[in-house]
Ligand binder design. Structure first.
Ligand SMILES: Cc1cc2nc3c(=O)[nH]c(=O)nc-3n(C[C@H](O)[C@H](O)[C@H](O)COP(=O)(O)OP(=O)(O)OC[C@H]3O[C@@H](n4cnc5c(N)ncnc54)[C@H](O)[C@@H]3O)c2cc1C
Length: 451
């Protein structure tokens, strides 16, 4: 008897080769599915090409400004130092290209077909790529998100994080519109590289969602490093001056003059022009694909993972969603992502990180909480004469004694918090934390010594 003719070209067609899409494609192929992945830009997506990875490399590069200054106090004679942006930029871009190549290699090793084109959905099982149509039993939307630039006169004069990695030079004065993690990270980076940074914040605070005391500490330190903050300052319009510089006009009548304006004003899911309506895939008011707990959209054969679903816009979350989707649909291993206690970090100067409930959230939700803090100057900063204090905070449910949140700012805070997050996630108690003997001398030991 002749083999049955397959109904569709592929078992799975993934749109978007970023964190979520690549993981889903690779794992589904590992489970034996015939998979193709379509990518309109570069393999690796936002994280690898213009997000976490190049950003973190710039953070490292920026930190040398302080390290070189501090080195003198540690006996090093450092002469004639000079920062060359183009060298750093090109080394970072080369590293990004290397990683993108590795991602392609991994996909190919798993026999995933890579199609470098833009894809548009044309039905529950079909996608248009260039002029041809291809079909699949299941389609996964993993198209991520893009910078959301406010609509105002002159907004076309501003750049976003996408362009920040490709600048020809570091501007003398940069204005950064936004107050979230990307805005604060780039403020630190540009400030360390010697630019005069002004943050233009629409509201009266930075880093909504993070613990208030930790945010305040970053604000104080950032200001002491020379970053200017303009709060409650929505932008009215942007004017280009005759000499090529920009004047950012604020609604309160003030203006910020700068050589470069960067918008870090949020990210919007990539669903525009994706043809989702042709398959009955519903989107919400933020333009995110609506999905259930298994990442299935309102069309039964179409799923969505990662930033395009606007659940938690972080790489490790997109990866988990991609993995859970592939295991559930192709691996006969139903898996759901647990969104409770997702740790996150801001790679500012200094960095901060948090997991679980902030102090005020815990007070609102639990009523009776105990808060332990350690406010200290890292040993290295003391010798360096750097007046910059770290702050660690642990939030404990008073009734059960369980850790419900941990928040910190200071050198290496994200590295340290990753392990504290395990304790919070595991529901450990403060007493159990205290039972652990400190490693001395470290900063992290503060966590087991809080009284
Ligand atoms: C500056 C910056 C810094 C960040 N830093 C961090 C960090 O430190 N830690 C962290 O966890 N997260 C960070 N993020 C967020 C992180 O990058 C995203 O959460 C993650 O990349 C989401 O993965 P994804 O698979 O959903 O989408 P993406 O990685 O964005 O991938 C989507 C892909 O789909 C492609 N695509 C879109 N539409 C189509 C189409 N129609 N056809 C074909 N291809 C298409 C896009 O080109 C893209 O490659 C950062 C983001 C930015 C912008």
């Amino acid at each position: 008897m002749a083999a049955p003719i397959p109904r569709y070209d592929y078992d799975l067609l993934v749109i978007g080769a970023g964190s979520g899409g690549v993981r889903a494609a690779r794992v589904a192929a590992g489970h034996g599915a015939k998979v193709a992945i379509v990518e309109e830009y570069r393999i690796g997506g936002t994280c690898v090409i213009r997000g976490c990875v190049p950003k973190k490399l710039l953070v490292y590069g920026a930190h040398f400004a302080e390290d070189l200054e501090d080195a003198k106090r540690f006996g090093w004679e450092v002469q004639g130092t000079k920062f060359d942006w183009v060298t750093l930029r090109d080394n970072v871009l080369n590293e990004v290209a290397r990683l993108s190549g590795l991602y392609s290699q991994t996909l190919q090793n798993h026999k995933v077909e890579i199609i470098q084109q833009r894809a548009v959905v044309t039905g529950p099982h079909s996608v248009r790529i260039d002029k041809r149509e291809i079909t699949a039993t299941t389609i996964l939307i993993a198209t991520g998100a893009r910078p959301d630039v406010p609509v105002c006169e002159g907004s076309e004069f501003g750049i976003t994080s996408n362009e920040a990695f490709h600048l020809e030079k570091i501007p003398r004065r940069i204005a950064i519109a936004g107050s979230g993690y990307i805005a604060n990270e780039f403020a630190g980076i540009f400030n360390e590289f010697g630019a005069k940074v002004t943050m233009i914040c629409r509201s009266d605070r930075i880093l909504r969602g993070y613990d208030e005391q930790i945010r305040d500490r970053l604000l104080q330190i950032s200001m002491s490093k020379g970053i200017i903050f303009r709060f409650d300052a929505p932008i009215e319009k942007i004017l280009r001056q005759a000499n090529g510089t920009l004047s950012v006009q604020l609604k309160n009548g003030d203006a910020v003059d700068c050589d470069l304006l960067m918008f870090a004003t949020g990210r919007v899911p990539n669903t525009d022009g994706l043809g989702l309506e042709s398959a009955g895939v519903a989107i919400d008011e933020q333009r995110a694909v609506k999905v259930d707990a298994d990442s299935r959209s309102t069309c039964p054969s179409i799923y969505a993972v990662g930033d395009v679903t606007n659940r938690v816009q972080l790489t490790p979350v997109a990866i988990r969603e991609g993995q859970a989707f592939a295991d559930t649909v192709f691996g006969n291993k139903p898996t759901r992502v647990d969104y409770n206690c997702i740790p996150s970090a801001v790679f500012s100067h200094p960095p901060l990180a948090g997991v679980g409930m902030t102090e005020s959230e815990a007070r609102n939700k639990l009523g009776s909480v105990k808060v332990y803090t350690s406010d200290f100057r890292a040993m290295k900063n003391v010798l360096a004469n750097r007046d910059e204090r770290a702050l660690y905070k642990i939030v404990v449910d008073d009734i059960s004694g369980k850790l419900v949140g941990a928040h910190m700012i200071g050198p290496d805070a994200p590295e340290i918090l990753q392990m504290v997050a395990v304790a919070v996630k595991a529901g450990m108690t403060k007493a159990q934390l205290d039972e652990c003997v400190a490693i001395h001398p470290t900063m992290a030991e503060e966590l087991v010594l809080m009284k």
